[in-house]
Design a protein around this ligand. Structure first.
Ligand SMILES: NC(=O)C1=CN([C@@H]2O[C@H](COP(=O)(O)OP(=O)(O)OC[C@H]3O[C@@H](n4cnc5c(N)ncnc54)[C@H](OP(=O)(O)O)[C@@H]3O)[C@@H](O)[C@H]2O)C=CC1
Ligand SMILES: CC(=O)N[C@@H](CCC(=O)OP(=O)(O)O)C(=O)O
Length: 355
């Protein structure tokens, strides 16, 4: 593996789906990565065209023409491939890429759920072959980061699950909250639905509007429940509402949970700071200060704040991320770093864009 040969040697990266929001963000972030170079940007619909034709903001930054989707050719040009492709596409592509000897980080939902039966119900397409589901390591870096070390295949978490689980896991793990009482109220910017146009992401449908969608039906419900059940050691179900807000990037996940004791804000702050002390991308707010999506915009941070209410016995946990960075491309690079045995934050030291 070229990446193992020396400190300065760069591994070669291919991006399938490089014309989508996740793929274009991978291109942006990888420009600053000291150990990776993009050797192939891939499109199933525009092969042969310079990528900067469709994305003028990349002029003088990346000169490559788009390549077609061909596993053998990709394996000639690259060591690692990011599949920033739609759900249902990744499940077909990834096995060929792995068989061609590539390391893979998949950004779709296709390999996140271990129970194959889940896919027909929640994603409305068949599950991938069982052995690939088994092989996939679920790459929620702050919770299971050690499991990605040295592996060939990581399934990158969903955007809503990333914000939600970073906000919930320490309290559930500590037994401070009743995992059966969790209500999650999540909001996303429109880029979360990808670059393809649809009626729901149309400007006049989104602007000055705020709307709920897929209530209790969202495909991220089984992903969140899978992790919480694992951490709690018992089956957990959640109430989960997703909403679109008129902004481009950002997710805010607000969680309401029954406490098992008289915990105060200070207790949660201390618990979470301790839990994430070695994780560079989680920032726990001081008492009475709650995070906002702009405070993580364009960065790989996940910021968390608390309001424990002694009157109701519930705690409100608020967690924010940039959906395209921490919720997709940034976390995918964080997983690459873990897979390669590099520092988790290598090439990801972005200060949020503010205001
Ligand atoms: N946007 C976000 O915030 C997040 C997205 N994700 C997931 O990441 C993945 C990518 O998302 P996003 O970038 O937003 O989606 P987009 O719709 O913006 O981009 C997906 C890209 O996939 C390519 N594609 C489509 N069909 C095929 C095919 N058959 N073979 C190869 N490539 C294909 C398309 O490019 P072309 O036509 O050029 O091939 C398209 O540009 C999805 O699975 C999404 O669910 C996960 C977390 C957050
Ligand atoms: C705003 C918006 O539409 N967001 C998308 C998130 C898509 C995503 O990340 O889903 P998978 O990777 O699990 O396919 C949604 O709610 O479906």
């Amino acid at each position: 593996m070229p990446g193992e040969q020396g400190e300065t040697h760069k591994i070669r990266i291919a991006i399938i789906g490089s014309t989508g929001y996740g793929g274009v963000e991978l291109i942006r972030l990888l420009q600053a990565h000291p150990r990776a170079e993009i050797t192939s940007v891939i499109s199933s619909s525009s092969a042969g065209v310079p990528i900067s034709d469709g994305f003028p903001h990349l002029t003088n930054i990346i000169a490559q023409h788009l390549d077609g989707v061909n596993a053998a050719e990709i394996a000639e040009k690259a060591d690692v491939v990011f599949t920033a492709t739609p759900s249902g596409v990744s499940s077909k592509l990834v096995p060929e890429l792995l068989e061609a000897g590539l390391k893979v980080v998949d950004l779709s939902g296709d390999f996140r759920i271990k129970d194959g039966g889940t896919y027909e119900k929640w994603y409305k397409h068949p599950a991938p072959e069982e052995r690939y589901l088994e092989k996939a390591v679920y790459g929620l870096c702050e919770i299971f980061g050690e499991e990605a070390a040295g592996v060939d295949f990581v399934s990158n978490p969903g955007c809503y699950p990333t914000a939600t689980l970073i906000g919930l896991v320490p309290a559930v793990k500590a037994g401070w909250v009743d995992p059966k009482s969790i209500i999650i109220d999540a909001k996303s910017g429109v880029s979360g639905s990808g670059r393809g146009t649809s009626l729901t992401s149309h400007y006049s449908e989104i602007n000055e509007n705020f709307k709920a969608y897929k209530v209790n039906k969202h495909q991220h419900i089984p992903e969140i429940e899978q992790v919480l059940s694992r951490v709690a050691g018992e089956p957990v179900t959640v109430t989960f509402t997703t909403q679109l807000v008129p902004m481009t990037r950002g997710i805010m996940s607000t969680m309401y949970v029954q406490m098992n004791g008289a915990y105060r804000d200070e207790d949660f702050i201390e618990l979470y700071r301790q839990h994430y002390k070695d994780r560079p991308f989680v920032r726990v707010r001081d008492k009475g200060i709650w995070p906002a999506t702009k405070e993580v915009y364009g960065s790989n941070y996940c910021d968390v704040g608390f309001a424990a209410d002694e009157r109701t016995g519930r705690v409100t946990i608020i967690s924010v991320i940039d959906n395209i960075v921490k919720g997709a491309a940034g976390q995918a690079i964080q997983n690459l770093n873990l897979m390669m045995g590099w520092e988790e934050n290598l090439g990801l030291g972005y200060t949020p864009v503010y205001p």
